[in-house]
Design a protein around this ligand. Structure first.
Ligand code: G
Ligand code: G
Ligand code: NA
Length: 253
């Protein structure tokens, strides 16, 4: 599938859409935030997953336009939830390459102002694939956003070989435990230990911790008993349109 040539049209015609997966309180099931997940609604190929087009977007020079389109839809959703009485933050995934773009923080802050949304209603999820040599630039970009009140999360935490050194260089507000650890926590002492250590780290550094990929009730209970308050996964809900998520919050499920 060669999609690169279709990207300019995809941006111009608003073919990128966003679904939202709730992040819930593992004790009560209440929705506490939601992660924006991009999809490409391609006129011929149908719905395409980000793993199949993100690289092409990053190579194309259209990453800033793509990222702004996703951010815009995420902020519009957060405003619609707030206006309906559910003032939950929205989490948006950020490509490492955006963090090397000096214009990125200004663009994010301008979108927040345009939608009149307080910066702390936006969480930016960063992956650990950043290399240490890039950290000086990234640090400047993220400091600006952090100083303005935007919240930062380290995604896929525990999978990078530099998780801990990254954490000491980039102060974040939240850690997201990679779903591979949750999937195997019942059979693997190592996976369970990584989860326990991440929760300890969260308590020591006063960071929120979210468990990803929660698929079963035993996993939910085990995480809750370890002191994990927040989780996300198919046990609760799959990614869905913002209006569907609003209806679910209104039903209280
Ligand atoms: O939703 P799905 O499981 O298909 O997402 C696959 C991957 O794509 C995830 O790792 C997710 O972080 C990433 N992803 C989803 N939406 C976006 C986005 O808007 N921007 C970036 N950079 N990555 C995204
Ligand atoms: O890397 P990131 O955390 O952004 O990845 C989010 C991806 O994980 C999304 O593509 C989403 O569809 C997927 N996902 C969310 N919940 C679950 C789950 O419970 N099980 C599995 N296998 N994937 C999930
Ligand atoms: Na993510």
């Amino acid at each position: 599938l060669t999609l690169g040539g279709d990207l300019p049209r995809a941006v111009a015609d608003h073919e990128f859409i966003v679904n939202f997966q709730p992040i819930v309180d593992l004790g009560t099931g209440e929705v506490t935030s939601a992660e924006a997940l991009a999809r490409w609604h391609h006129p011929i190929h149908g719905l395409i997953d980000p793993l199949r087009f993100l690289e092409a977007v990053e190579r194309s020079g259209l990453l800033p336009a793509f990222a702004e389109a996703i951010l815009d839809q995420a902020l519009i959703a957060a405003v619609s939830w707030r206006d309906a009485g559910f003032d939950v933050p929205v989490a948006v995934n950020v490509s490492p390459r955006s963090l090397l773009d000096a214009r990125f923080p200004g663009s994010v802050l301008a979108h927040l102002r345009a939608h009149d949304l307080p910066p702390d209603r936006l969480v930016l999820e960063l992956t650990e694939t950043l290399t240490l040599s890039q950290l000086d630039v990234v640090d400047r970009v993220l400091s600006r956003l952090r100083d303005e009140g935007v919240r930062l999360a380290l995604d896929d935490f525990g999978t990078g070989y530099s998780s801990l050194s990254l954490l000491s260089r980039i102060p974040v507000h939240e850690l997201k435990i990679d779903r591979s650890f949750v999937t195997t926590m019942e059979s693997s002492a190592e996976a369970a230990a990584v989860i326990r250590s991440t929760l300890d780290l969260g308590r020591s550094l006063d960071l929120d911790v979210v468990a990803e990929g929660v698929e079963s009730e035993p996993q939910r209970r085990a995480l809750w008993e370890l002191g994990c308050v927040a989780g996300q996964g198919h046990l609760f809900a799959r990614p869905m349109p913002s209006g569907t998520l609003l209806a679910a919050m209104q039903r209280g499920s």
